[in-house]
Design a protein around this ligand. Structure first.
Ligand code: S3P
Length: 170
């Protein structure tokens, strides 16, 4: 289907890298979080607060199913928790090439220290929460990915260029 999907933890750079990669590859850029916010008419943190996480996760699966019906030639940034269910992982595999943007807990901490938009990262002990979640999630991200790219040291443009080169086998 010629789609490229970026997965990984919050703060890995999926949206920024995705926009760059879409420019390089001449593809449209889509973001599952943005699609959900548009659909629900609410910000993610309000969906979590008002409807709860399970409702949000259902919306993620619905958006993914719709993308599978309608999208080709797109770069898609997937919300950090989207690959956690097996159903979503199967959908991701069908949708296109899956790239895992890997990031260290300390980098996430630096990037999202003052962020208020991610409901799962509003804990007092943020670094411990990030480390615990990465320990659980990284093997899951790896299991579904066609390519792994570490993003701690590199800028978005460089990461996008490396992904493009990796996909074309250069
Ligand atoms: C989440 C990641 C967020 C967003 C929601 C839940 C997660 O997306 O979908 O806050 O469970 O990791 P980003 O990874 O784009 O920040």
């Amino acid at each position: 289907m010629n789609n490229i999907i970026l997965i990984g933890y919050m703060g890995a750079g999926k949206t920024s890298v995705g926009r760059e990669l879409a420019l390089l590859e001449n593809k449209v850029f889509m973001d599952t979080d943005m699609a959900i916010e548009k659909r629900a008419g609410k910000r993610i943190r309000d969906i979590f607060a008002l409807e709860g996480e399970a409702y949000f996760r259902d919306l993620e699966t619905k958006i993914l199913e719709e993308m599978l019906e309608n999208l080709s030639d797109a770069v898609i940034s997937a919300g950090g928790g989207l690959p956690i269910t097996e159903k979503n992982r199967l959908l991701l595999k069908k949708l296109g090439k899956v790239i895992f943007l890997k990031v260290k807990a300390e980098t996430v901490m630096k990037r999202l220290e003052r962020d208020t938009t991610r409901p799962l990262l509003q804990d007092h002990n943020k670094l411990t929460k990030i480390k615990d979640m990465l320990r659980l999630r990284n093997p899951i991200y790896e299991s579904v990915s066609d390519m792994i790219m570490e993003t701690d040291q590199l800028g978005c443009e460089e990461i996008a260029a490396r992904i493009r080169d990796g996909l074309t086998g250069v």
